[in-house]
Design a protein around this ligand. Structure first.
Ligand code: PXP
Length: 239
């Protein structure tokens, strides 16, 4: 059975639309936990376009499940992670001009750099997840770094428009999940998942968690955090 981690970035996006103090992502995180999230995810971007340093520090103090800090592997953000010590960091590629994370990280391109990063995080008991495409090359690179977890990028699956392509993308994810699991990695998934497309992903037995933001926060705007989180948690758990 898979579990739900809630990404609260877009609560902060709404706050930043006016540059004020509401809505507060910290409040949203607490509600998400109350209603079934097993983890809170936030992406501290270089440009601080949504979640900011204050949010991350307050989340560190208040999140009781686990805090997953999504981050680019830059020295500035690495320093913040080593200081606040989330349970987990998820390393993602980051481009200033992108609307959201585009594609998985190319871990294979710099295994030595990422291995050092994993060692630095492990020294502080921070687990490391790499957000990657469902590719054997990337999984093998992650194994070499000594990381704990892979998060499989589900964006291509979510954007697939024909039944054939949907099945193709699901098969890629399932195959990667099985290979990574057999190699000793924990396997999670995320990006572009919503109330309609999440079920086939969480039915892949090796996927133990999904990270969901945009669709869940969009629904919460209409029906409230409680219902949005409960309904998604039920879908993810398959109950
Ligand atoms: N996982 C990762 C690594 C991400 O970068 C994002 C987007 O911030 C998500 C999951 C959540 O994606 P979405 O907002 O489309 O649910």
């Amino acid at each position: 059975m898979a579990e739900l981690a809630v990404n609260i970035d877009h609560i902060a996006t709404l706050r930043e639309a006016r540059g004020g103090i509401e809505p507060d992502p910290v409040t949203a995180a607490l509600l998400a936990e109350l209603h079934g999230a097993v983890g809170i995810v936030c992406h501290l971007r270089e440009d601080r376009r949504h979640v900011n340093d204050r949010d991350v520090r307050m989340l560190r103090e208040t999140v009781q499940t686990k805090l997953d800090l999504e981050m680019a592997a830059t020295e500035e953000i690495i320093g913040i992670a080593l200081e606040i010590i989330p349970e987990l960091v998820t390393i993602v590629p980051e481009k200033r001009e992108e609307l959201t994370t585009e594609g998985g990280l190319n871990v294979a391109a710099d295994i030595r750099y990422y291995t050092t990063l994993v060692q630095r995080m492990h020294e502080k008991d921070i687990e490391v997840s790499f957000f990657i495409e469902p590719s054997t090359t990337q999984i093998e690179a992650v194994i070499e770094t000594g990381a704990d977890i892979i998060e499989l990028h589900t964006g291509t699956y979510a954007n697939a428009r024909t039944a054939h392509d949907v099945q193709l993308q699901l098969a890629r994810i399932a195959e990667a999940a099985q290979y990574a699991h057999e190699s000793g990695l924990r396997v999670t998934a995320g990006h572009g998942l919503n109330y309609v497309n999440v079920a086939p992903v969480v039915s892949i037995p090796q996927i133990v968690e999904v990270s969901i933001g945009h669709a869940l926060i969009s629904r919460a705007v209409i029906v409230g955090m409680e219902r949005a989180v409960r309904d998604m948690a039920a879908l993810v758990r398959g109950v």
